[in-house]
Design a binder for this molecule. Sequence first.
Ligand SMILES: [Ca+2]
Length: 211
Amino acid sequence: MRKLVVLSTFVLGAVATPAFAVVYSTDFSSIASPSSGALQGDGSIWGVGSFSTGTPAATWSASAGNFDYLKNGNSGYTCVGLSGGCIELGGSLTSPPSKVDFALTLAPGSYAISFDYNRQQFGPSGFDFQINGFMVESFPVIPANNTWATHTEAFSTGGGVVIFSFVTTGLAPNVGALIDNVSVVPEPGQWALLLAGLAAVGTVARRRRSI
Ligand SMILES: [Ca+2]
C-alpha cells in the first residue's frame, strides 16, 4: 500500500510540473552587458556583438557579422505586441551572413524551443535555424511584412551545452529577419511517455498483487 501512495505522489508531481518548467525565456524587453555597437537614444543598439538577456540570463552573441537590438518603433521596426524589444539578425553595416548564437546547459531529455519571427520592412529576410551546428529549419522567404509567426522545434539532448543559432541567408547588408519571444520548455511528449510508463508500472503492480 505504501508503494501505491508513493507512486501517486510522483504522478501528481509530474503532472503539475510542465506548466511551470520553463527552462529559458526572453522577450528582449531588456538586455545587459552589451558589447560594441552604436547605442541609440531609445536604448536600441545597432551592430551589437553580444548581450545578456532572459531568465535565466543567457548570452546572445554574433559569431559572424553582428545584429541589432531594437526597441519597438526604432526606425519603424515593430516588435511583438508593439512594445518592448526584439532583435534583427542582419545587423548593421556588415555583409551577410550574420550568425547569432545563444547557448543553454540542459539536463538530458526532450525539449521544445519556440520563437517568433517576422520579415522586416526593408526587404525579404530569410534565415536558417541551427541546433549544435546542424540546420533544423530553413526560412528562405518570410512572406508578409509585420506579420509575426511562431515556430516550435522539438529536440533531444544527452545533456550538456546546446547551442542555438540563427544564420541570415541571401540578404543585403542591414536586412535581416526579426526575432522575438524565445523560450525553451521540456517537450510535452516526454511527460506523456513518463505518465504512460508509470501507469503501466501501476497496472503490473496491481496484477501481481491479485495473483
Ligand atoms: Ca519583445
